[in-house]
Design a protein around this ligand. Structure first.
Ligand SMILES: [Zn+2]
Length: 480
């Protein structure tokens, strides 16, 4: 998520296959009586995760389930404000269970099946439940058909740019979403916690003349149905959806990276010029942090005040700034920040919200390095500014390693860990620091936390940074 810096101013389609463990052809009669076609769950092995209960938002998500793949078939009717969906989830139970329990908003359920068997599901208190006999490690297929009018939920935050979380209907009955730390459940049944990363296939039908945009790699469009595919695992808070009257522009990033920008026809050309700087942002980040980690990228510009690093398709609002002359620089820093998250947050994702600093510290530090280069801010000036901000933030909202549930994404989880990374950077020098950053991404794609980060830094640098990192994450005052 965006955190505007002030340093410059102050200074798949379903794969069907036979059961490979049974070499004998199944008798025709048995096959016809079969309740559901055999499913090759191995096709979604890349969506395997090790979900854990989230310590900050334990009411969200289900650590007993590992969703491997979401197939989301969605349609939006703006005249009736109705979202109609068929969600097909491939789920690996992590225990023997008597029901499937997921996060889901109060939609009308039209039909539900488990492995093809009709079952009565229910939704209450932002949870979907359906009876099912689940065996540990034996995947099942859940299909939920639903319809209803999306509604956002309150963001647990005191941020100035805090908005409702989840699928938002605009005044023109268009759709967009931002959903960190949760809120994907406002548009599909989901294990809505960061440690369950899964693969996705979207097929979204938009009204005539409208477009549908989602996270993932754009696939072929059929009629007015837009398809997107994620073959790299995605945490639910990093998915996105937008449906509206958008203009589409394509571009090419470094080494042929396909980029797509989606925006409204009346967008300020100055803002557009920053979208079009995407190849530059990616190139700058690649030089420091290694190859862009996904097969495509882009930005969808929406009517929000915030910005989100949604995977392969950044969801960007135009920031509100009191001094309009600052808007271009803010937009520039924010876009670099969201692109940096494709490495730090998306390719490598914090396992729980306790370690949000692991996403935001890196994205913020990359943003500061970019802005300081742009604005000719010296390393010493950055150090002075970071320490001042760090001291203020620790006094005001506490250290970054223990965020409070009602204060999601305060500035301390951005700037304090950025200051910590600056300390490590100064201690080891450019060459070692960037080599470490590149290897952190290349070798640790998936869910990570403080322990794995500390172990990696110590191993990679050959120095013991445990005390330094712990002090920067836990100390109520700025470490010496
Ligand atoms: Zn961020």
């Amino acid at each position: 998520m965006r955190r505007t810096s002030l340093v410059a101013a102050s200074l798949a389609a379903l794969t069907l296959a036979g059961c490979t463990s049974d070499p004998k052809p199944a008798p025709v009669a048995a096959a016809a009586a079969s309740k559901a076609p055999a499913v090759d769950y191995a096709a979604w092995n890349a969506g395997r995760s090790a979900p854990v209960a989230d310590p900050v938002y334990p009411e969200r998500g289900n650590p007993q389930l590992d969703v491997l793949h979401y197939g989301l078939d969605l349609a939006w009717d703006p005249t009736t404000r109705t979202l109609t969906g068929t969600a097909t989830l491939r789920i690996r139970p992590l225990a023997d269970l008597a029901e499937i329990r997921l996060d889901f908003a109060n939609y009308t359920l039209d039909a539900s099946t488990v492995d093809g068997q009709p079952r009565a599901g229910s939704v209450a208190k932002e949870k979907f439940a359906i009876p099912a006999t689940l065996t540990k490690d034996k995947p099942v297929t859940l299909v939920v058909k639903y319809h209803g009018t999306p509604a956002t939920v309150k963001m647990p935050s005191h941020r100035g740019d805090a908005e409702g979380l989840g699928l938002t209907i605009t005044a023109d009955n268009e759709l967009w979403t931002m959903q960190e730390p949760y809120g994907a459940f406002t548009w599909y049944p989901v294990n809505d916690q960061p440690s369950d990363r899964a693969l996705y296939d979207f097929a979204v039908t938009a009204p005539e003349g409208w477009s549908a945009i989602a996270s993932g790699t754009p696939d072929k469009q059929e009629g007015n149905t837009f398809r997107y595919t994620s073959r790299d695992p995605v945490a639910s808070y990093l998915t996105t959806l937008a449906v509206g009257k958008f203009q589409k522009e394509t571009a090419t990033g470094p080494h042929g990276l396909p980029l797509t920008y989606w925006y409204k026809a009346d967008t300020d050309p100055v803002i557009l010029s920053y979208l079009r700087k995407s190849p530059q942002y990616v190139e700058w980040l690649e030089k420091r942090f290694g190859p862009y980690p996904f097969p495509s990228g882009g930005i969808v510009l929406v009517a929000s005040e915030s910005g989100m690093e949604t995977q392969q398709m950044i969801t960007m609002g135009i920031p509100k700034v009191a001094d309009k002359s600052r808007l271009p620089n803010v937009m520039d820093g924010d876009l670099l920040h969201e692109y940096a998250h494709q490495w730090f947050g998306d390719a490598v994702t914090t396992s729980t919200w306790n370690d949000l600093w692991l996403n935001e510290g890196w994205a913020m530090y990359a943003q500061l390095l970019w802005e300081d280069e742009r604005d000719h801010v010296t390393d010493a000036q950055l150090e002075t500014w970071l320490r001042k901000r760090d001291a203020d933030l620790r006094a005001k909202v506490g250290p970054p390693g223990h965020p409070k549930a009602d204060s999601f994404a305060e500035s301390n989880v951005y700037l304090c860990p950025a200051a910590m990374l600056h300390e490590i950077h100064q201690a080891v020098g450019d060459e070692k620091f960037y080599a470490m950053a590149r290897d952190w991404i290349a070798q640790n794609k998936g869910s990570q936390d403080r322990a794995s980060f500390v172990a990696f830094v110590n191993r990679h640098t050959g120095q013991d940074f445990t005390a330094l990192i712990d002090a920067w994450l836990d100390s109520p005052t700025t470490p010496a």
